[in-house]
Design a protein around this ligand. Structure first.
Ligand SMILES: NC(=O)c1ccc[n+]([C@@H]2O[C@H](COP(=O)([O-])OP(=O)(O)OC[C@H]3O[C@@H](n4cnc5c(N)ncnc54)[C@H](O)[C@@H]3O)[C@@H](O)[C@H]2O)c1
Length: 211
């Protein structure tokens, strides 16, 4: 996100920020993407002119006639309030590598957390790794939507990963970290990053032997 030009915020505005933030998170939970100042005014019980004035201290946050993007307001206000936005992730393919990632669960990074996993091996469904539940693939769409997850990790072997990734994409996931080397097809709005440990190691060995 671009740095927003924030001037010194008046105390009265700063005091209202937590109220705005709490209600924006509430709107986000409801799936509201955009809101104008008069709608927001009814929710927070602050005059819309005050809201517009308050928001103006953070630069150009919205457009007249269009309103404000809820997610953008949240990201700007969370910086000022120093609130950490946690990215919730899903994992598909709870095999050897998948379980290792679930056990680790980015414990050194508070901003990333795997909250659920999926596997087509029915014997894994209903089990947990630490506190992370493993669901069957039949439950994937419902869980991803309910948890509002946009980013997933796939540790499904290449041979089967297209199926798993199609289901993720059809459930609303737009960013995927794929540990299987086989290339998958996704729509343009979806980003896939590949982590190929074999290639990384071969490159390392090459440099070790030739440099
Ligand atoms: N294990 C490692 O150290 C390691 C390291 C680097 C890369 N990889 C790559 O990661 C991938 C997984 O490796 P692994 O060792 O964990 O394999 P694994 O066989 O232990 O696990 C794969 C899991 O995927 C599940 N699965 C298969 N098809 C599925 C589908 N269509 N939908 C949902 N789940 C499905 C299986 O039930 C299984 O639990 C491979 O492509 C491998 O090359 C593994």
């Amino acid at each position: 996100m671009e740095e927003t030009q924030v001037k010194k915020i008046p105390n009265a505005t700063a005091k209202r920020l937590p109220l705005y933030y709490r209600n924006l998170k509430f709107l986000e939970e409801l799936g509201t993407c955009r809101i104008n100042s008069s709608e927001f005014s009814k929710l927070v019980q602050v005059p819309s002119a005050t809201i517009r004035k308050d928001f103006s201290h953070f630069g150009e946050l919205g457009r007249s006639g269009y309103g404000y993007e809820v997610s953008y307001l949240i990201s700007v206000f969370s910086q000022t309030l120093n609130v950490k936005e946690v990215t919730k992730l899903a994992l598909v393919g709870a095999g050897n590598l998948g379980k290792a990632l679930l056990k680790n669960n980015f414990r050194r990074n508070d901003d990333l957390v795997i909250t659920c996993a999926f596997d087509n091996n029915e014997t894994l469904s209903g089990t947990t790794v630490g506190e992370i539940p493993i669901y069957s693939m039949k439950e994937l769409t419902q869980q991803i939507k309910k948890r509002k997850i946009g980013t997933a990790i796939s540790t499904v072997p290449s041979k089967y990963s297209q199926n798993a990734i199609d289901l993720l994409v059809n459930s609303g996931v737009t960013a995927i970290l794929n540990f299987a080397p086989g290339r998958v097809k996704v729509p343009k709005h979806v980003h896939v990053h590949y982590i190929d440990l074999t290639t990384e190691l071969q490159t390392l060995v090459y440099f070790n032997e030739n440099m």
